[in-house]
Design a binder for this molecule. Structure first.
Ligand code: URA
Length: 178
């Protein structure tokens, strides 16, 4: 099981897709090559999953807590089963801001069939799709960005992710988190 990493008190929570081989081995999300790139991206805006100070920390999880065999794309049934767990996880962690990393995390938590290209770079209001997750009806601002594994194959898109990180900085400032 690969449940979480980082500081649960962090106001920023990042949700990815599913563990890969390296994550399956270590039991921690984003620990392979993709994770190294993610850490570098976050460091560029002063966020670090190992940071004790919540203001500079980040909390990390995935939609799925288990690696799909052969690292295949999670099936609709696996996403359905996982959704209430990640939604309750978010409700318990109570982040002020969410980063949804990649199309699958964004579509699953926002309950939309829109493409990542359309969702990316914008703030969305996240509220749980599953009934009974929380009494709090406050939406959490959620920024959609490209997944770092996509950036490893398409480095030209790093520019877009940098813009997203600047938007995150702006939101942290506006929200009194910087
Ligand atoms: N990709 C993800 O979405 N999550 C991980 O934990 C690792 C790779």
């Amino acid at each position: 099981m690969v449940f979480c990493d980082g500081n649960p008190a962090a106001p920023v929570m990042l949700v990815g897709e599913a563990p890969g081989t390296e994550e399956d081995r270590t039991g921690r999300p984003f620990t392979g090559d993709t994770g190294l790139l993610l850490d570098r991206i976050l460091k560029a805006i002063g966020l670090d999953r190992t940071e004790q100070n919540p203001a500079a920390a980040v909390y990390i999880s995935n939609i799925l807590n288990w690696r799909p065999p052969g690292n295949r794309t999670p099936s609709p049934a696996e996403l359905d089963v996982s959704l209430p767990f990640i939604e309750r996880h978010i409700a318990l962690a109570q982040p002020r801001l969410l980063i949804l990393c990649g199309g699958l995390a964004a579509k699953t938590l926002l309950g939309t069939g829109e493409t990542i290209a359309r969702l990316r770079g914008k703030w969305h209001d996240y509220t749980p799709l599953t009934d009974g997750i929380t009494d709090k009806k406050i939406a959490i601002p959620a920024l959609v960005t490209y997944h770092p594994s996509y950036l490893l194959n398409m480095p030209a898109q790093k520019k877009a992710v940098w813009q997203d990180m600047l938007a995150l900085q702006e939101k942290r400032r506006e929200s009194g988190l910087l």
